[in-house]
Ligand binder design. Structure first.
Ligand SMILES: [Zn+2]
Ligand SMILES: [Zn+2]
Length: 178
């Protein structure tokens, strides 16, 4: 099954390239960048100063009928679901779409210091995590596993950038020994 990455209001082309290369190393699936014409403005909440994640995913569904595979939406803008202050990402469990925001994955957001390597690591982990949900995985109790729940940046940094032996069985096309 193919994996498509759709940057939407996403500016870091080097990060995108590095993520595409890394996913190509890790999956047997075709990995491809696609261009979706999604206008984020209508999903902006003035009260919160953020964009409503679930609505963006719902909108994406009507733009991706021609693509047979998983669709990863990647954005710079800060995203939320109503019950939470923010989310790093959201995915359809056993579905086709996920959305990842790098807004709060930037080290600048926390310490003011730029760290491109850390940004790549965090982005990779969040993409693998949301993809895992697409493949039907729920949160894993294993602290090392990328499917471990990570509501805050500390948990993102603690967990590994791989699926544990149990979770990996469900991820289609993943090369276990990459
Ligand atoms: Zn999750
Ligand atoms: Zn696991």
């Amino acid at each position: 099954m193919d994996i498509f990455i759709a940057p939407i209001r996403f500016s870091n082309t080097l990060l995108l390239k590095n993520i595409l290369d890394e996913l190509k190393n890790r999956f047997n699936s075709e990995i491809r960048e696609i261009n979706l014409q999604i206008n984020l403005d209508e999903f902006y909440s003035k009260e919160r100063g953020q964009y409503f994640s679930t609505q963006i995913i719902a909108e994406a569904i009507s733009h991706t009928k021609l693509y047979d595979g998983k669709i990863i939406l990647l954005t710079d803008v800060d995203i939320f679901v109503p019950v939470l202050t923010f989310v790093f990402g959201e995915a359809q469990l056993n579905g086709k779409h996920s959305l990842i925001s790098v807004c709060r994955l930037h080290e600048e957001f926390y310490s003011g210091e730029t760290n491109e390597k850390l940004l790549f690591e965090r982005t990779l982990k969040e993409i693998l995590h949301e993809l895992g949900h697409n493949y039907g995985l729920r949160h894993c109790m294993n602290w090392d596993c990328v499917m471990h729940s990570s509501p805050g940046i500390e948990e993102v940094d603690i967990k590994g950038n791989f699926y544990c032996g149990n979770c990996v069985k469900q991820v289609e096309g993943y090369k276990y020994n990459f």
